[in-house]
Design a protein around this ligand. Sequence first.
Ligand code: A3P
Ligand code: MG
Length: 424
Amino acid sequence: MEQHRSHNPNPSHQNRPSAYKREREDNGRNHCENKHSRPNRPQNQSVPSRGQNPDSSLSLSTRRELYERDFPVYKQPVEVGCFSLDSERRFFNDGRQMRYYVEPDRSPNFDLRDGYKDRFIKRDDSVKEKLDHMLRWILANRSKLSARGTTASSCDLDIDFVTWRGHLTKLLTAPYETREGWQLAVTRFRGTLYISEVETEAARRDQENRTERHEEMMYWGYKFEQYTCADTVHGRPDPGGVLNTNEAFCTVVQTRLADHRLLFSGEVDCRDKDPNAPAAPACYIELKTSAEICTPKQRSNFHRFKLLKWWAQSFLPGVPRVVAGFRDEEGVVVAMETFPISKISHLIKNEHNCWKPTVCMNFCSDFLSFVKHIATEDNPSVVYLLSWEPRRDVTFSVHRDSPYCFLPHWFVEEMTSSQPSHQS
Ligand code: A3P
Ligand code: MG
């Protein structure tokens, strides 16, 4: 049963009288600043006709103050399916990799360095999977998604955007991000916009130049999962086993942000093992590690930077809580704390000039509107490449039959040649 409840972390704002329309119009002007300094180009300019390139001088601002308006409608995300990736990264249209949370002691003394590197199989992150696993899931579950009724929809799947949750997290946090830019490739195909990340040059360099300490610290987060998760509902964690980061359980959720119908997938760490726990995604738990907090400055940084990332990642799919392990310099977990996602916006209220959920969601919504506006040609071999660097506007370029193309032939052919089979 679909829920139509607005997913709003700050309900008191929802009915606040506001100059929403005027703000939007003002924002519209500001977001579409012309980078070649033709001032005040209105956002609602004529949409380029199909086959023509849109005006690539259009851009979108990420300035926070432009997005401080009422919280947009964000429907309670509904899980429409899940999939698993095994130890060799093979896809399964089921939940076989689901894990169950086993609550540890309050100060568990987990040694996160244990098993590095002798019991560690690391996923090869030079293999770019793009949207492939999600596309496999879509083909296997097309009948759940196809436009109900007979003819009217110009959109096969009844969905505006297909992407990874991680890409949306980057959009939510962009107004506050000062270090890392991104590039997102967008293709319109049969009415749906597919968004897939392209690795930036800077990210590739950072990855090549990681220190050994950094490499090891990336292991710590996964090791914490191994200490706190069991493979079966009545099982125990097995920290003596091999840790293989190819394995993943992913939820697929459907929701709506303003007038954008979204389908996205994200990796889920584990679920509440209580059989009476609420249905997914409300039973899911996100696990995190963080450096222990010893000073007010560290607490402030944790609120300003880390809680933003944690909130954005879990709020999107409707995962209600983060269980955090705080570790010392040697990688030993010395404290545990649970953060309900709905409480995070209250926790940060006392931080001066802190991030705001409404800015994150409004920017994401306006970004998706911008994408709809520019990515007009419905063609699997056309990519609109949206690029962003901190302190700059989002800009874009158009590429035909280029290495940026990311929808594989097997997906395009299957979607074009056959109708979904209507099992339920
Ligand atoms: P932490 O979450 O404890 O940092 P996730 O939290 O998203 O489930 O990811 C699990 C772990 O993968 C992280 O643990 C971290 O160790 C590693 N990881 C994920 N994304 C990363 C990134 N962008 N850079 C470095 N490590 C990352
Ligand atoms: Mg995690």
